[in-house]
Write a protein that binds this ligand. Sequence first.
Ligand SMILES: Nc1ncnc2c1ncn2[C@@H]1O[C@H](COP(=O)(O)OP(=O)(O)O)[C@@H](O)[C@H]1O
Ligand SMILES: [Mg+2]
Length: 377
Amino acid sequence: MIAENLNLEALIARWTPAESDLSINVSGLNHFYGEGETRKQVLYDNNLKIRRGEIVIMTGPSGSGKTTLLTLIGTLRSVQEGNMRVLGNELLGASPATVAELRKKTGFIFQAHNLFESLTAFQNVSMATELVGTSGNESKSRIEATLTRLGLGQRIHYKPRSLSGGQKQRVAVARGIIHRPQLILADEPTAALDAESGREVVTIFQEMARNEDCTIVIVTHDNRILDVADRIVSMVDGQIRTNVLVQRNAVICQILNEFEIFRSLTPQAISQVADKMKLRQYLVGEEIIRQGEMGDEFFVIGSGQVDIEIDGTRVNSLGRGAFFGEVSLIKQQPRNATVRATSNVACFILSKDDFQAVLDSSRSFEEELRNAIFARQ
Ligand SMILES: Nc1ncnc2c1ncn2[C@@H]1O[C@H](COP(=O)(O)OP(=O)(O)O)[C@@H](O)[C@H]1O
Ligand SMILES: [Mg+2]
């Protein structure tokens, strides 16, 4: 049971970051491989906003475009169509100087870990610090500490050919994080690892996200590490199909579960509703809907108090868990009342289409709604 005093307002602020809090902002992104006859579109109208310090897990079938998207974010490919802002820089038409700066701030951990065969583990990792100009004694001890932490303490001066696949992968991880990047792009970083070292890798990611506001995008099929995700994104056929902020979804589900009208929905259905719900705040005195206007949203009160007014007269007052706005959506009529916030109010909001989709998906939801409306008279 969620506490009455759950600070919805603070959560809403957290879930609706300002433009300046975003480290990645992709809009209308398309991408093509090949030219002329063989030109083939592989990304279709992708949109994605990721906040600084977020850990994103991206999944999807092979060939769906994950690596392409990751390499575009990392400036390893040029953006062809659409916009992509990364760490405050627009990548469409970005200058070589911008690209070079961004690469220094990015840590890449890619599947083909292409370590230098002639260099030791230490030297391979050291390359990354030299690239950003932070080599020296301080970085020497950091490299040793990081390799040791990743279970390579006995292998620091080994060359790749003397390392197992998993050990090489861990060297690649060390190399990707050693220069304290602001953004880490990792393609299957734990695939070749046993449970214990996979866990160590994601624990390091979590610390970097938490302590340094590092943003981390992990392409993976490894469901052992799902628990670290703030957001789970899935791609199908070149398009982001689902994009779920996990904690937001969990908190909204927990709240919706408490509300009578959602009781009839299955956990999966509630979770889908939670994904679609917008959260919005109203200040005391503010009109939320106005009598006579056409409505296109359905409201559930998450916190606070509202008055219902018809023709200027207050007829009712509603609080947490109550809903309004459905009549106009069901009957395609103008709003039959004005609803005004009498305290600060946080609302869960479904658009008309999403509301209709919930009605269509669940006979019992529609019944619950009718009963609730009936009981309200
Ligand atoms: N360099 C390339 N040239 C041509 N087609 C490519 C290239 N890289 C990937 N593709 C194609 O683009 C699509 C998306 O690939 P990719 O981004 O690697 O997907 P994923 O990482 O999800 O497996 C696939 O159809 C793949 O065959
Ligand atoms: Mg791939």
